[in-house]
Design a protein around this ligand. Structure first.
Ligand code: SAM
Ligand code: SF4
Length: 471
């Protein structure tokens, strides 16, 4: 069966993931020597990242005391690179028709549930509902449908998102999470001004992969594995990788995903922009979701996030509303840099819910405003910044600024400006009070003194009614 487009008849099999090597690294580690673990944690704090061998040692560590030290180091690494910012976005599902039968997903073809494909008018209604909440960044998502008309429809959806204005705001960045495409399609996607292209490998283990994907275009492990190579070849330099945790041993998946990241860095000069860490949630009519083959405990999930933060300190980590409010609060400290909020996983869920099947149950049902207040209470700065992408600071250019710490000069000011916009235009009284305190603290203690007056001037312009100013 064909993917979204026709595929080349002859194509290279990806050889950069070697699960035997991944397993070998984990076996060699055994029970790690605490002195070696501490040496690796100290190295991670130099913020140059870790090798696969070093990461394997951290993954093999079970001692509660050493895990606490790892968590502490992850927090330090996060603070030095990202400060207290958390970027917010919402997923926008426009169709739950799907040609695949992934055993973990409620959209799977053989699940006899009501399906919906939103019309462009309905997409616009969703966008207006998101804009009225204060969202500025969306992740466009759908099931996989074959044929070129479905790709053309995706482009129309993106155009509709950018063109829709509720009168209270606008979406400034559209990221896309869709099935793998051809180089030509990725070129057209880039021309549609997308931000990041995201696709999760789900599991890097080919045997588990085959079992979880019994039919449909997604059965092709290599087509999916090489998606990011094609995206980058087509000029999309911000890509997001991910693993669906719960399908296979989490240690293997973390090492394999980092191998994938290294491959991209070696081949294209820039690794992935983000890593996502979805954990299996219950999903109606999806057997693998109701009984995950390798459930990941909360403690192991924290360990995964902390290790990723230490291993690839400059790569964003995205956390969705699959996790509960409590877990999301705890993970703020361990290294995540982006969160979805107020999410619906069924098409039409924001404006006009018609009983269509959601992809999975979310764990955090709070509104965007509640999430923003909670982030502030944890001492973090919610951000809707889209500055880098719109100034062309993407891919390698972004990393060249991020690694010497230069990105912070843009990020915190942009975060504070977009936060102030949110508080003025959408914030409830309580959220506004909490937020203004956070903004004052950040200006006083975190914005470098040579940037302070420039930031204050822009905040004054925002207070006077100007919008969408970015550094
Ligand atoms: N259909 C495309 C695909 O599979 O690549 C687009 C993304 S799919 C709608 C979004 C992601 O949701 C999947 O890649 C999968 O990792 C995740 N997902 C599916 N079922 C899930 C479940 N039960 N719990 C948590 N995440 C799930
Ligand atoms: Fe379809 Fe994606 Fe769900 Fe698989 S995960 S059934 S491809 S929507």
């Amino acid at each position: 069966m064909e993917a979204l487009s026709s595929r080349p008849i002859v194509r290279k099999e990806a050889t950069f993931i070697d699960m035997a090597r991944v397993r070998g690294l984990l076996t060699d580690v055994g029970t790690p020597d605490p002195a070696r673990v501490r040496e690796i944690i100290a190295k991670a704090l130099e913020l140059h990242g870790l090798s696969l061998e070093e990461t394997a040692v951290l993954l093999g560590t079970e001692s509660p005391e050493l895990l606490e030290e790892m968590f502490h180091a992850a927090r330090t690494a996060k603070d030095s690179i990202y400060g207290r910012r958390i970027v917010l976005f919402a997923p926008l599902y426009y169709s739950n028709h799907c040609a695949n039968d992934c055993l973990y997903c409620a959209f799977r073809r053989s699940n006899p549930r009501k399906r919906t494909k939103l019309s462009l008018e309905q997409v616009a209604a969703e966008v207006r509902a998101l804009e009225d909440q204060g969202h500025k960044r969306v992740l466009v998502i759908a099931g996989e449908v074959t044929g070129s008309s479905s790709f053309d429809y995706l482009l129309q959806v993106i155009e509709t998102v950018y063109a829709t204005r509720s009168g209270r705001g606008e979406i400034r960045r559209v990221n896309v999470e869709m099935a793998p495409m051809s180089v030509e399609e990725f070129r057209r996607l880039k021309a549609a001004r997308i931000g990041t292209y995201v696709v999760f490998q789900e599991t890097y283990d080919p045997v588990t992969y085959e079992r979880m994907h019994p039919s449909g275009p997604k059965r092709d492990y290599h087509w999916r594995l090489t998606a990011m190579d094609r995206a980058m070849e087509a000029g999309i330099d911000d890509v997001g990788l991910g693993v669906l945790f719960g399908l296979n041993d989490y240690r293997e998946e973390v090492l394999a995903m980092l191998t994938h990241a290294q491959h991209l860095e070696k081949t294209f000069g820039a690794g992935p922009h983000t890593l996502s860490v979805p954990r299996l949630e219950p999903a109606d009519g999806a057997p693998a979701a109701m009984q995950p083959p390798h459930p990941v405990s909360d403690q192991d999930f924290k360990k995964i996030v902390a290790i990723l933060r230490l291993a690839v300190p400059y790569t964003g980590i995205i956390l969705s509303t699959r996790e509960t409010a409590e877990m999301r609060g705890a993970l703020l400290d361990l290294g995540i840099s982006q969160m979805s909020a107020g999410s619906h996983t069924e098409p039409g869920g924001y404006a006009d819910h018609d009983g269509s099947v959601p992809q999975f149950s979310v764990g955090d049902h709070r509104t965007l405003d509640d999430v923003i207040a909670d982030i502030a209470q944890h001492g973090y700065v919610p951000s809707f910044c889209t500055g880098c992408y719109r100034r062309g600071r993407t891919g390698r250019d972004f990393m060249d600024l991020a690694k010497p710490g230069l990105i912070r000069a843009h990020c915190l000011p942009n975060a504070l400006v977009t936060y102030r916009e949110y508080l003025l235009d959408y914030g409830s009284e309580r959220t506004r009070q909490l937020g203004e305190q956070v903004i004052r603290d950040q200006i006083e203690h975190e914005v470098p003194s040579n940037r302070r007056s420039a930031v204050l001037k822009v905040l004054e312009r925002i207070d006077a009614g100007e919008r969408d100013i970015y550094f």
